[in-house]
Unconditional design. Structure first.
Length: 87
């Protein structure tokens, strides 16, 4: 895709430095727009948005300390900790 966009810019007389910068802006803008679109139309979880689930009582309120204790007590957390420490 980059080469397809870059070649016509060279033919228009744009310098190579300016052509590369121009071509690199296009994917950045597309990525930003897609990210914004996904945030607007997608759900937080398969069951819905967290805000709505907390309001309806589907998702219980959990404190940060309780969540940390749950993660620290999980054996898988410690296995991953050791694996990452070995890298």
């Amino acid at each position: 895709v980059m080469g397809t966009l870059l070649f016509p810019l060279f033919k228009l007389g744009m310098s190579p430095e300016k052509a590369w910068r121009t071509v690199c802006i296009v994917p950045a803008v597309v990525g930003f727009c897609l990210g914004f679109l996904i945030i607007q139309i997608s759900d937080d979880a398969p069951k819905g948005n967290y805000k709505d689930m907390k309001k309806n009582g589907t998702m219980p309120e959990v404190s940060a300390a309780a969540s940390f204790r749950s993660g620290a007590a999980n054996i898988n957390t410690w296995i991953l900790f050791v694996q990452y420490a070995c890298c």
